[in-house]
Design a protein. Sequence first.
Lengths: 271, 256
Amino acid sequence: MRLINRKPGRVLSLALLVVPFLAVLAAYTIASDIRLADNPQDKLLPAPSSIVDTATRLVTTPDKRSEKILFWRDTAISLQRLALGVGIAALIGMVFGMLIGLFPYARAIFAGFVNVISMVPPLAILPILFIVFGLGEQSKVALIAIGITPFLIRDLGQRVLEIPTEMMVKAQTLGATSFVIALRVALPQLLPRLLQSIRLSLGPSWLFLIASEAIAAEGGLGYRIFLVRRYLAMDIILTYVVWITILAFLIDYGLKKLGEKAFPWFGKDGL
Amino acid sequence: MSFVEVRNIAKSYGDRPIISNVNLDVDQGAFISVVGASGCGKSTFLRLLLAQEQPTGGTIRLAGGEPAKEPGLDRGIVFQRYSVFPHMTVRDNIVAGESFNQSWLGKFFGTQLKEARDRAQEVLDRIGLGHMSTAYPAALSGGMQQRLAIAQALQDKPKLLLLDEPFGALDPGTKLSMHDFLEDLRTETGMTVFMVTHDLEEAFKLGDRVLVFDKPSWDVPDPDMVPATITYDFDARDNGIPYQTIRDETNLFHYD
């Protein structure tokens, strides 16, 4: 039988899914063992057990001065920045995506401009954001929003244009005005696609978040990682990295489930 | 004056002519089938009738009115696909026929919504979709979707119903029941219908007239530069007889 026709069963599929994770863990453990055997003070690859100890301490022990658990405080701060940045970008993306997708005049005005703007590397204007918005929350939220808005506008504009002409014409024969078509035909069909676009832009969003926190912040997941880097605290860094990965995965999964639940009609029949 | 009046219609895309010299008079209540090979302008002609596109030359008048500039309430349309709104339930697709032009938001609320939904439920019961009213169109079979699309298009009582290969994607059995469905609706409403189809049998069975779109000449260096026009205009009343009797006599095909 050809290899392309051989399929793993359910149980085997699950087992195979775990393999690469275990392999990475095993490779890390072995490397860590070798280094620690050589030098028990090694900080570069702490033993998995000590990482677990550190992680437990991080999520349960309050900071002495602020009496807050910094891990959760960092998480809350970062998630708030992320939500604000992505939320603002989504709102702007929706409005301009609809305008560009629905109205030829708006397309003539904005489409070219957005295409040019989307070529500006967002990190290159981070200093400008710090100058304009200061070092507080605004500059971080702004970086995320500015970073992904052009992509969202282009993507959503394209999604609106992909709505079959047949539906637009049908709505017109039912007497719908441009406004009604926007509100009742384009918008509801754009919402599930918006969730997809947001999921795609979450990767860049995390990148911009951590980059801005690394440079200037007083809290946040990225801030903490770059702070403890000075002490070579690999156990803390790794804990935070794993946590960010889990958060990113959960958000992506949550958005996917939200889409399936809120738009049961979507994805069937190719629409 | 005829109900649909087509005068010297021509349409070209860039320098490529699609149809030209199309003239037609259609009486109110007539069922016109439009057939022809691919690329002979049938669908273009339908889009012009719908006012989805503007002719390069000539005029189309409906009931003596001014030529339309864009699609509107007086022309209903059913396409082969994507004719209903996938994000609305079956019942709300029917309600949209009212709410899209009666509410500035395109949406009914409260008692108005409830009443419109009750009316929609009656429509659905009548066309055999009553049990699917709260499902989404994706859950319907192809034939059911087209029945819904036709019912939706008729919600606003258009002067003219345009069908663009409406049964092209359906299996033969479903197609036959759709023919019955359409003929019943016609008897009921007396509406004027244009139907583009690839199925000659369907064209003669349903139509009062069958228009054939073709290029007057294929024997030229570049047939693409020859616009199509109406080359035949068959009388197909009386259930498409003589066409069907000829078929019965030859014993090639028995149609029950």
